[in-house]
Design a protein around this ligand. Structure first.
Ligand SMILES: Cc1cc2nc3c(=O)[nH]c(=O)nc-3n(C[C@H](O)[C@H](O)[C@H](O)COP(=O)(O)O)c2cc1C
Length: 353
C-alpha cells in the first residue's frame, strides 16, 4: 500500500504513523525503534533541563539516523496561590503518613521546570528534523528561528479554534487530539469547561478548516481505528497508549499491567495529580485527592507537590500512588518490542485496504 501524502513528504518518512511523545514513558530506544521502521518517533523533553535534553537527543541519534521529532511543552507559568499550595502540602503530608509513604516537602523555589525557551537554541544546534509541542503555541521568535532552519513544526489542538490558531501561526502539521487520548490534554485556549471532542468528530471538522496535514490522536489502537482516522480526513495517526507496554517503555511493570487489564471505562479525566487535565487509570491517588475537596494548585505546581510520593511509589512499583496515564483504548495494548507493535499496526491497516 502506498502511504505517500503531503505529511510523509514533509518528513521524508514511509509510514504516516507517529509514536506519540510520552514524558516519563518514552525512551530513546522507543523513538529509534519507530523511526528505524520508517515511522516518526517523538522524543519528549517538556520541562526538562538543557543538559538532559542534549543527552536524550544525542542518545536517540546514536540509535537512529532517521527523522524524529523532539516534543516541547509550550505553556506559560501561573504564579501559584500560596494558600492553595500550603493546604495541598498539608493534605499530601497527612495522606502519605496514613498510607506509609515518606513525604519530603520541597520549597516552591526549588521546583525545576524549564521553559521551552531554554531549549530552542539546543534544537537549532542539534539539527533536529521536527519539533512538536503541546499546551500552547511557541512564541513568534521561536517559530521564526525554527522555520529558518527548515525544522518541521507540529502543534497540538483539541478544538477547531485551537487548530485555526496553529494554522494562522504557520505551524506545518496539526495534531487533533480527541478526548479518548491518554495523558495530558493539549488544550490551551479554554480549559474550563474543557473541550471534550471525540477524535472522529474533531478530525473531520479540523480538516475542513485548515489546509495543513492533520494527525489524529486518541484511541488509535488497531487497523480499524487507523483506517477510520484516514477515512475521516487525517493524513497521519499519533499513537501513545499502545506503546506504553512496549519493551522499550520506561513504565514500571504495575503500570503496564494496569493498562493490559483496563477496560474501556477505567480511565478518568482528572486535574488531581498535576493541576492540568489529563486522562489516566483511576487509582487511590486520584480518588483521594479528588475526595479531599480542596483546591488543586495550577500546573506545574501540583505536579511538583505530588512528585515525592509518586517517585517513591514508582520506585516500589506501587500502582496506587503513581500517575497511570493511559487512553480509552488501554485494554487493546500488548507487551512486545515497540518495532513489533508498530509493524503490526501498519500491517493491520494494510490488510483492511
Ligand atoms: C503516558 C503519556 C504521556 C504523554 N506525554 C505527552 C508529552 O510529553 N507530550 C505530548 O505532546 N503529548 C503527550 N501525551 C499525549 C500523546 O501525545 C497523545 O495525544 C496520546 O497518547 C494519543 O492518545 P492514545 O494514548 O489514545 O494513543 C502523553 C500521553 C500518554 C499516554
Amino acid at each position: 500500500m502506498n502511504w505517500n501524502n503531503p505529511f510523509t513528504k514533509l518528513l521524508e518518512i514511509k509510514y504516516p504513523f507517529v509514536q506519540a511523545p510520552m514524558l516519563g514513558v518514552t525512551t530513546p530506544g522507543m523513538v529509534a525503534a519507530i523511526s528505524n521502521n520508517d515511522g516518526l518517533g517523538s522524543l519528549p523533553v517538556g520541562g526538562l533541563s538543557a543538559e538532559k535534553t542534549i543527552e536524550l537527543i544525542r542518545k536517540t541519534k546514536a540509535l537512529t539516523n532517521k527523522p524524529f521529532a523532539v516534543n516541547l511543552f509550550a505553556n506559560e507559568y501561573e504564579t501559584p496561590n500560596s494558600d492553595e499550595v500550603t493546604a495541598m502540602e498539608k493534605f499530601l503530608q497527612d495522606f502519605s503518613k496514613v498510607n506509609g509513604l515518606p513525604y519530603q516537602k520541597e520549597s516552591v523555589e526549588n521546583y525545576s521546570f524549564h521553559s521551552y525557551r531554554e531549549l530552542i537554541g539546543i534544537l537549532l544546534n542539534e539539527d533536529v528534523d521536527a519539533v512538536s509541542f503541546t499546551f500552547g503555541i511557541l512564541d513568534d521568535e521561536s517559530i521564526t528561528a525554527l522555520k529558518e532552519k527548515k525544522i518541521t513544526l507540529i502543534g497540538t489542538s483539541t478544538s477547531v479554534e485551537e487548530a485555526l490558531l496553529l494554522d494562522e501561526k504557520g505551524i506545518d502539521i496539526i495534531v487533533a487530539q480527541g478526548i479518548e487520548a491518554g495523558g495530558h490534554r493539549g488544550t490551551f485556549l479554554t480549559s474550563e469547561p474543557l473541550p471534550k471532542i471525540g477524535v472522529m468528530d474533531l478530525v473531520p471538522q479540523v480538516v475542513k478548516q485548515v489546509l495543513k496535514p492533520v494527525l489524529a490522536a486518541g484511541g488509535i489502537s488497531d487497523g480499524r481505528t487507523i483506517k477510520a482516522a484516514f477515512m475521516s480526513g487525517a493524513q497521519g495517526v499519533q499513537i501513545g497508549t499502545a506503546f506504553i507496554t512496549s519493551d522499550e517503555s520506561a513504565a514500571v511493570s504495575s503500570y503496564k499491567s494496569a493498562i493490559l487489564n483496563a477496560s474501556e471505562t477505567d480511565t478518568v479525566l482528572t486535574k488531581s495529580i498535576t493541576g492540568r487535565w489529563a486522562r489516566g487509570i483511576k487509582n487511590k491517588l486520584i480518588t483521594e485527592i479528588e475526595n479531599a475537596g480542596i483546591a488543586i494548585p495550577a500546573y506545574p505546581v501540583q505536579m511538583h507537590l505530588t512528585t515525592p510520593l509518586r517517585s517513591y511509589a514508582m520506585h516500589h512499583d506501587n500502582p496506587d500512588f503513581i500517575s497511570l496515564w493511559a487512553g480509552q483504548s488501554s485494554g487493546q495494548a500488548v507487551m512486545k518490542p515497540a518495532a513489533v507493535i508498530f509493524n503490526d499496526l501498519v500491517k493491520q491497516a494494510e490488510d483492511l485496504s
